[in-house]
Write a protein that binds this ligand. Structure first.
Ligand code: GDP
Length: 280
């Protein structure tokens, strides 16, 4: 109930309009769903996902029930809420480290998505919980990545390992041209993954990439075995619908979100409050 009470903005307006209608027929329901579709697209949820959701809701919501004077608004609100939660829950939990055993977590994502920042936050979070994390820089792609991570680690008093793995840089990969550069990044990622045999590959995605989220997440998933997603820069203007797309594309849960540049601006991701925010 508390979560539902937070639903607001254009979605609640659409629902209100529908509630005000004397007769709830197919047209009134469609208008309402179209309005909601628009709102979700504005939140950067992928078009296909929104369309599928609309179809599902139509199947779930029974017009006869609505006509019989039940709380229409609530029924539809609940259906939308449930559908979105379902979309964000891939149905399998993410890997969590086991006590007494070394775990390797590999962070992948486009340049600038927030990997360096996020892996430090992730290590810091686990260190506070009594784990003994260590950071290793396997990014031979971006000049300065090594120093940036080392600095972060030092600041957070996290062990920084210089050369745990010898990971070759992708010598045969041309660095010129955006497309070639991306191909080179994916190739290097595969090599690092083979060398380190990670227990978990974490895909780090900038929430502001909008509608590009689905394709980007899928491209990563096709190169390495992405097991979870972290969405960064949720403190910005992005509404974060890209997270739904990333979950759909990788079939992996979002486990954390980044909400700022600082070490502690990092939250465990909970589906329900997120959906409320998305709808609000
Ligand atoms: P990388 O190239 O993937 O390693 O990305 P970085 O970790 O260097 O991050 C790129 C930029 O985004 C840096 O300026 C970070 O401070 C910033 N950044 C990362 N995560 C967040 C976040 O959750 N919120 C905000 N506002 N900035 C972030």
């Amino acid at each position: 109930e508390m979560v539902l009470a937070q639903l607001g903005g254009s979605i609640s307006r659409a629902l209100q309009q529908m509630s005000n209608a004397t007769i709830i027929d197919e047209k009134v329901l469609n208008d309402c769903l179209n309005e909601i579709t628009r709102a979700l697209l504005q939140s950067d949820v992928q078009f296909k996902l929104v369309r599928d959701m609309q179809t599902n809701i139509k199947k779930i919501v029974n017009l006869d029930d609505l006509a019989a004077g039940h709380n229409k608004r609530k029924i539809i609100q609940q259906a939308i809420f449930n559908e979105l939660c379902k979309m964000l829950d891939p149905g399998k939990p993410s890997f969590t480290p086991k006590k007494g055993k070394t775990s390797v977590v590999m962070f992948v994502g486009l340049q600038g998505s927030g990997k360096t920042t996020t892996c430090t936050k992730y290590a810091f979070y686990h260190q506070k919980k009594g784990w003994k994390p260590a950071l290793v820089c396997a990014d031979t792609f971006r000049a300065g990545a090594f120093d940036q991570l080392k600095q972060n680690a030092t600041k957070a008093k996290i062990t920084f390992l210089r050369k745990l793995y010898r990971v070759g840089s992708c010598k045969n990969c041309s660095r010129s041209g955006r497309h070639k550069q991306e191909a080179a990044l994916f190739e290097e990622m595969r090599q690092v993954s083979e060398a380190t045999k990670p227990d978990l590959v974490l895909f780090v995605m900038d929430s502001s990439i909008g509608q590009a989220a689905f394709d980007q997440a899928q491209a990563f998933k096709q190169s390495v075995a992405v097991g979870a997603v972290i969405v960064t820069k949720m403190d910005g203007h992005a509404k974060g619908g890209g997270a739904l797309s990333a979950v759909a594309a990788t079939k992996s849960p979002v486990t954390f979100i980044g909400t700022g540049e600082h070490m502690d601006e990092f939250e465990v991701f909970d589906v329900k409050p997120f959906v409320s925010r998305l709808l609000g």
